[in-house]
Ligand binder design. Structure first.
Ligand SMILES: Nc1ncnc2c1ncn2[C@@H]1O[C@H](COP(=O)(O)OP(=O)(O)O)[C@@H](O)[C@H]1O
Ligand SMILES: [Mg+2]
Length: 249
């Protein structure tokens, strides 16, 4: 089943006299339960692509269909509703609200959607348990390590049972041990909960946890690589690095 489809997506940023072409003719499909990594050097269009896929920004041309909704044909208000109900976001710098506890941060997407938090207490507890932070539910972000904050952010991304989780460099700010814990969590949720995930990264080790890797260069998809082991195996990391060398990424 197709969860996400991008068709011939182009994005240009107009900056006065200069036009920056961030994405050119990007097409791809993500099916239910797939964990896809998008790789490319800095400036290749990874974040732009993720923002378009999640309805945070609009393409210059092309169509994006998310969970059966062609978001490129909806009004801004309609896109906002689709995004709140169908998408979970994970960012490099966690983006937790500093004044809220871990549990309150996890519940925030439901609150923003106008739902009653009391009804979801158990779900929030279970998500914190899933990310290994059951004991920290009352802690504020500044009382937690970076890896713990990112695990709170993952619980938050899952709280609305999203059709797709979009992660932008989720391990980019973490040491290798905390990063591995995050990647294993994403891997397990894709395998066990059939959670569909698109993760942007420039790290071959992070990408080696995905089912496949889409390579971006200068705003174009230039290669697709299927990953064998999907658990950070050194053979997979080596194949990813070989493709990067071949494509001069
Ligand atoms: N808001 C913006 N305004 C103008 N140019 C932008 C904006 N966002 C990104 N760009 C440009 O688009 C290109 C792709 O950027 P980005 O998607 O952030 O790449 P990546 O995430 O792979 O580093 C770059 O040339 C960048 O400078
Ligand atoms: Mg980026």
């Amino acid at each position: 089943m197709t969860v996400l489809e991008a068709i011939d997506v182009t994005k240009q940023y107009n900056m006065g006299e200069v036009t920056v072409s961030a994405l050119q003719s990007v097409s791809f499909v993500v099916t239910k339960g797939e964990f896809v990594a998008v790789m490319g050097p800095s400036g290749s269009g990874k974040s732009t692509l993720l923002h378009l896929l999640g309805g945070l920004d609009e393409p210059t041309s092309g169509e994006i269909a998310l969970a059966g909704h062609t978001i490129t044909r909806l009004t801004d208000d309609e896109v906002t509703v689709v995004r709140r109900r169908k998408v979970g976001f994970i960012f490099q710098f966690y983006n937790l609200v500093p004044t809220l506890t871990a549990a309150e941060n996890v519940g925030l997407p439901l609150l923003i959607d106008g739902q009653k938090i009391e009804k979801h207490k158990e779900k929030i507890e279970n998500l914190l348990k899933m990310v290994g932070l059951a004991e920290r539910s009352g802690h504020k972000p500044d009382q937690m390590s970076g890896g713990q904050q990112q695990r709170v952010a993952i619980a938050r991304a899952f709280v609305n049972d999203p059709e797709i989780v979009l992660a932008d460099e989720p391990t980019g700010n973490l040491d290798s041990k905390s990063g591995t814990a995050i990647l294993e969590l994403l891997r397990e949720s894709a395998a066990m909960l059939h959670q569909t995930i698109v993760m942007v990264t420039h790290d071959p080790r992070a990408a080696s946890y995905a089912d496949r890797v889409v390579f971006l260069k200068d705003g174009r998809i230039v290669q697709n690589l299927t990953i064998a082991d999907k658990n950070g195996a050194s053979d997979d990391i080596r194949s990813i690095m070989r493709v990067m060398r071949e494509l001069e990424l």
